[in-house]
Structure formats: structure tokens, C-alpha cells
Ligand binder design. Structure first.
Ligand SMILES: [Zn+2]
Ligand SMILES: [Zn+2]
Length: 126
């Protein structure tokens, strides 16, 4: 019987074939073609956080999460999540909420932005 998957793979490009990625877990010998990894959950090679692989990251030997990536898309993603955190963070003093309501930052998401966030959270339906 096949071993049950008990971890999210940490992908590293195969030194022998750059179309393939290998799991870095010493107990795991999973190998996949990069086209099968787009949209799949993975562990960041740099910070260990779980994230969803995209074609952008599948160009790298060691894919990394949005927080570690220097790509334009990742920077945009960080700005968006910071904006959202700003908007949804409850204010400590309820009296101040009334006064400051009009100064709430305006969150203007385009459909591209929403898609990006959905991709990253891995909840996009297929
Ligand atoms: Zn693995
Ligand atoms: Zn990371």
C-alpha cells in the first residue's frame, strides 16, 4: 500500500531535468513535472510557509512564497494584503470607530487583484 501523504511537499528543481521538481523531504521521493505543479500547495524554500505554486515561481530552482518573492506580482500581493489587514483590523476603542470611519483607507480591488488573492489562498475552484 502506498505511503499516505502526510506533508506538503517542498519543491526543488531536479538537477538532472529542469522540467521536473523533487520534494526536498528526505523521506519523500516525489517527483513531478512542473506543468503538474502550477496551482498546487507547496512549502516555501526560504521561510517554510505554505503557499500555492504559480508559473512565476516555477521558473525558479527553489520556489518561494509571496512574502519571500521579489517578483512584481508578489510585491503587489503584499500591498493588497497590507491594505486588507488595515481595513479589517478591529479598532481597540469603539468610540473612535465612529469618528474615524470616514478616514478608513479606500480599498479598490480590481478583478485581477481578487483573482491573485484567490490563487494565493488556494481556494479557487477548478
Ligand atoms: Zn514530499
Ligand atoms: Zn517564504
Amino acid at each position: 500500500m502506498a505511503k499516505v501523504l502526510d506533508h506538503v511537499h517542498t519543491w526543488m528543481r531536479s538537477p538532472r531535468d529542469n522540467q521536473y521538481y523533487l520534494c526536498r523531504d528526505p523521506h519523500c521521493s516525489t517527483k513531478k513535472h512542473r506543468k503538474d505543479l502550477n496551482g498546487k500547495a507547496s512549502i516555501c524554500n526560504f521561510c517554510g510557509a505554505e503557499f500555492v505554486l504559480t508559473w512565476t515561481e516555477l521558473d525558479y530552482a527553489k520556489p518561494k512564497c509571496m512574502n519571500c518573492s521579489k517578483s512584481k506580482e508578489a510585491q503587489h500581493f503584499r500591498e493588497l494584503t497590507a491594505q486588507i489587514a488595515n481595513v479589517v483590523t478591529p479598532r481597540p476603542n469603539p468610540d473612535e470607530v465612529m469618528e474615524q470611519e470616514s478616514t478608513q483607507p479606500f480599498l479598490d480591488l480590481t478583478s485581477d487583484d481578487i483573482e491573485l488573492l484567490e490563487d494565493a489562498s488556494g481556494e479557487k475552484s477548478v
